[in-house]
Design a protein around this ligand. Structure first.
Ligand code: G1P
Ligand code: ZN
Length: 543
């Protein structure tokens, strides 16, 4: 196999964010841009000669081209085998499972998650380590350092490999194994959940809709929900993955999954609706006339997980990202298991899962998952909900009402201010940070501030510390407002404001969320002067 060593110069913008390197497709199309990053990943790793690499992505524009680059560079750098999803397709949780099941050294997941796709939209590359999870910060820091000094990359001269037919080919000494991206994952799901009970529920007249948003979960959802669970054809909406997601934004929230939401709010709504994002790791759950916030979903799943065969033994612990509501904390307390509060981003859960300290993890951003893989998993969350519904034989709305009556209710919303000039967003955060010490004891529309800090996390498994993970304003009644800047955007800055108010059992559990949170929304303005810094009077997206 002829190997070329190509001279290159560094790009100064290849720092991985919350979830890998995400940029506009046009940025990735600059000469050597993807190659530099992939070589920097390989240069930061040790001991992969002869080992296995998994590669696949969510099918977005550029997916197939970058897969060929990765194959040629993996061969030139000495990997022994690359496993590729057929057609280049692997959902993020399926990639995580494949890395674990094949004993791979690691994997490259090609996705920009819920960001739009197409020639003018976004692409991304994320490195996952041998446990199947996103590389921890010490690895992403090393990759970033390497991108700043890289001067050459190695690539094979071989022609493109056929990635559309299942089977094994050779590139030099390296084997290229093209696998069915769905079967192994569907088997894993079948091992965790009571498919017979769910099938019986559906056969008995339970109706559902699953929106794949023209993204990667289409083939997975059709196999699992329609074929294995017997839901009628058409249950899976937008089930064909498209390179531009049909011009939609594959983000399963109330703005972008509006079609599904409207269907679930209609008079003739199905019993259950769900959606997943571009790469299949997020989920949206909506019962008939009943939207479930991701934070509440995490709490309900944790409280009821023992009803599914994979979790009958109970939970070892629950982990949530800091901005996620405290609803899961109350479940952990009742179950008598530890609750871990981590920074935003799935990479912080990996160590806890590996150490057997947590079983279920979740984020307010529609991510939930368990120790079955090391990524969040959209279809997993949907199947656990379906398993719970099949056992409890109640509606989603009834399960939510029962949950709040047992634990109290954490009213919750996230307000996103998008496309802010970066310097303005930085100035807002700097101003907020500079007054943290003076806030406790003061009063505003939200009440009296009990504490204010910038969240820092010490990983209990290896002692590593992550600082500046979000500004928290905590009120004396347990309410809070959290401010942080997004680490996944590709243009300007996005300010996320997370607003939460807890109402205990016996209080008013049936308010509209907007009404319940109004004083705290006003408090967020007062304390951070969002309108003053950004010129925006209202958030771009409320979830
Ligand atoms: C966002 C979410 C975060 C999630 C990440 C990757 O990151 O907030 O919870 O882990 O996407 O899906 P952010 O843009 O806030 O940095
Ligand atoms: Zn995603």
């Amino acid at each position: 196999m002829p190997v070329q060593t190509i001279a290159t110069t560094p790009y100064d913008d290849q720092k991985p964010g919350t979830s890998g390197l995400r940029k506009k497709v046009r940025v990735f199309q600059q000469p050597g841009y993807a190659e530099n990053f992939v070589q920097s990943v390989f240069d930061s790793l040790e001991g992969f000669a002869g080992q296995t690499l998994v590669v696949g992505g969510d099918g977005r524009y550029l997916n197939r081209d970058v897969i060929q680059i990765v194959l040629k560079m993996a061969a030139a750098n000495g990997f022994g085998r690359v496993i590729v999803g057929q057609g280049g397709i692997l959902s993020t949780p399926a990639a995580s499972h494949l890395i674990r099941a094949s004993g791979a050294f690691g994997g490259l997941v090609l996705s920009a998650s819920h960001n739009p796709g197409g020639p003018d939209e976004d692409f991304g590359i994320k490195y996952n380590v041998g446990n199947g999870g996103p590389a921890p910060e010490k690895v992403t820091d090393a990759i970033h350092a390497r991108t700043l000094t890289i001067d050459q990359y190695r690539i094979s001269d071989d022609s493109d490999v056929d990635i559309d037919s299942v089977g094994t080919a050779k590139m030099g000494d390296m084997a290229v194994e093209v696998v069915d991206p769905v079967a192994l994952y569907a088997d894993l799901m079948e091992s965790l959940f009571d498919f017979a009970a769910i099938r019986a529920m559906i056969a008995g007249g339970f109706t559902l809709a699953f929106d794949s948003m023209s993204a990667v979960t289409g083939p997975y959802a059709i196999e699992i929900i329609e074929r294995r669970l017997g839901a009628p054809a058409g249950t899976v909406m937008n089930g064909t993955p498209l390179p531009d997601f049909g011009h939609h934004h594959p983000d399963p929230n109330l703005v972008h999954a509006k079609e599904l939401y409207n269907r679930l709010m209609a008079d003739d709504a199905p019993d259950f609706g769900a959606a997943s994002d571009g790469d299949g790791d997020r989920n949206l759950i909506i019962g008939r006339h009943s939207y479930v916030t991701p934070s509440d979903s995490l709490a309900v799943l944790a409280a009821n997980a023992h009803l599914a065969p994979g979790y009958v033994a109970g939970l070892k612990g629950i982990a949530r990202s800091m901005p996620t509501s405290g609803a899961a904390d109350r479940v952990a307390q009742k179950l008598g298991v530890p609750l871990y509060e981590t920074p935003t981003g799935w990479k912080f859960f990996g160590n806890l899962l590996d150490a057997g300290m947590a079983t279920i993890c979740g984020e307010e951003s529609a991510g939930t998952g368990s120790d079955h893989v090391r990524e969040k998993d959209g279809i997993w969350a949907v199947l656990l909900w379906l398993n719970i519904l099949a056992v409890r034989k109640q509606s989603v709305a009834a399960i939510m009402a029962d949950h709040w009556a047992t634990y109290g209710r954490n009213y919750y919303a996230r307000h996103d201010y998008e496309s802010i000039a970066k310097d303005k967003a930085d100035a807002l955060m700097a101003a907020l940070r500079s007054k943290l010490d003076s806030l406790p004891g003061t009063t505003n529309s939200g009440g009296t501030i009990a504490a204010a800090d910038d969240f820092a996390y010490t990983d209990p498994t290896d002692g590593s510390v992550s600082r500046n993970q979000g500004v928290r304003i905590l009120f004396t009644d347990g309410s809070r407002v959290v401010f942080r800047l997004s680490g996944t955007g590709t243009e300007g800055a996005t300010l996320r404001v997370y607003i939460e108010r807890y109402v205990p059992v016996g209080g008013d559990l049936g308010m509209e969320t907007g009404d319940a949170l109004a004083p705290l929304i006003a408090a967020a303005q007062e304390v951070a002067d969002i309108a003053g810094f950004t010129g925006m009077e209202a958030p771009s997206v409320i979830t």
